[in-house]
Design a protein around this ligand. Structure first.
Ligand SMILES: Cc1cc2nc3c(=O)[nH]c(=O)nc-3n(C[C@H](O)[C@H](O)[C@H](O)COP(=O)(O)OP(=O)(O)OC[C@H]3O[C@@H](n4cnc5c(N)ncnc54)[C@H](O)[C@@H]3O)c2cc1C
Ligand code: FES
Length: 334
């Protein structure tokens, strides 16, 4: 069964009874504002003017008490129970470049990356169609749903590669890190989503900085892989800053070089924020980026992904260095 969702006089789409208003709108090509798709950021707030919805996560941190008092809901957590009329400020920039679709996927392979990150390879029947830096939602056993960024490049073979960090006590990572349980999982992949993707070459000739913190490695890897195929990166360096707490959280130059094929263009700068190690930068990753590049950051295009406080510090630092807003692209991992 589907329900009609009306945005304004002549704008509407249909939302399946198991879908949510945000994703149904995006599937139909509407610029529904969003970022995380998982209830954390609050970007997808809407008002339901008529009709009834089921709120999948009433306590979601993306809503404030004021929002709740004003009757606002998160479109990414709203499943229609009838035809609805909603109030939303559409944003052209959120219109998907690639239509998000649901794929039933098979778990093909799991390999270790660091002491607490594994690489998970999934296989779909149809092509893996996305832009480097985008993410997908993995629905596990028809109930739990989490966002994970692709680490590979789009491909016709239907291969989706993720790098997933173990979260102590985490529900989904608990299942994915358990060798026996993960073989039994029914996984549906929904995507692609996300706006912090590699920009087409025509839009910018700026050299690229990728900044990965915590579990933010995957999308930066995909962006670096995509950038390696762009002409702009064949003439200029790509800086890849990678922040961890201690040495075992980090990679090394040769692994990243093998993964990205960037060769001499790659400058890998690992940094630890907790344990100081000889020969490795020490400090929060935004401080390390600033120490290395100083005011010249204003001349780059910056991509970053990781925990919200890290992304906020990078944004503030880049702004203070004079980088125009349009040249910073980020995903906050709520
Ligand atoms: C855009 C984006 C991209 C991401 N990419 C990656 C990546 O590439 N690699 C990686 O390791 N991690 C990534 N994450 C984080 C990932 O989605 C999970 O939050 C993380 O793996 C912890 O999941 P868990 O189930 O193990 O932990 P849990 O602690 O069980 O769950 C934490 C997350 O689940 C969601 N959640 C909690 N309760 C509910 C509820 N009632 N209803 C709906 N949702 C709920 C929230 O998003 C919360 O942050 C990304 C997050 C976002 C937003
Ligand atoms: S997109 Fe809905 S809360 Fe982030």
């Amino acid at each position: 069964m589907t329900f009609k969702i009306t945005l304004a006089e002549d704008h509407y789409f249909h939302c399946g009874q198991n879908d949510v208003i945000l994703r149904a709108g995006l599937r139909h090509g509407f610029g529904m504002p969003y970022e995380c798709n998982t209830g954390g950021c609050g970007t997808c707030k809407i008002e339901v003017v008529a009709g009834e919805i089921e709120n999948l996560w009433p306590e979601a941190p993306g809503l404030t008490d004021r929002d709740r008092r004003k009757g606002r809901v998160l479109a990414c957590q709203s499943r229609p129970k009838s035809a609805c009329k909603i109030k939303v400020h559409l944003d052209e920039q959120c219109k998907p470049n690639i239509q998000p679709k649901q794929h039933r996927v098979q778990l093909i392979k799991v390999t270790p990356v660091t002491h607490d990150i594994v690489e998970i390879h999934l296989q779909s029947q149809q092509a893996a169609d996305f832009l480097p830096g985008q993410y997908a939602l993995l629905q596990i056993n028809g109930e739990l749903q989490r966002a994970y960024s692709m680490a590979n490049l789009p491909n016709k073979e239907g291969r989706w590669v993720f790098q997933i960090k173990r979260v102590v006590g985490g529900q989904v990572t608990g299942l994915l890190f358990d060798e026996l349980q993960r073989q039994q999982l029914a996984i549906v992949l929904d995507g692609p989503y996300g706006l912090a993707h590699l920009q087409p070459e025509e839009s910018s000739v700026r050299p690229i900085i990728c900044i990965a913190g915590g579990s933010g490695l995957a999308p930066m890897l995909s962006i670096a892989r995509g950038a390696a195929q762009q002409a702009r990166t064949q003439q200029q360096k790509l800086y890849f800053f990678h922040g961890g707490r201690e040495a075992r959280d980090l990679l090394n130059h040769s692994i990243l070089n093998a993964w990205t094929g960037l060769g001499e263009q790659l400058v890998y700068v690992p940094a630890t924020s907790f344990t100081a190690i000889a020969g490795i930068s020490h400090g929060f990753i935004h401080e390390v980026v600033q120490q290395h590049l100083g005011q010249s950051i204003a001349d780059y295009e910056v991509y970053c992904a990781g925990p919200p406080p890290m992304v906020q510090s990078i944004e503030q630092m880049a702004h203070a260095m004079g980088l125009p807003r349009k040249y910073i692209h980020f995903d906050r991992f709520f």
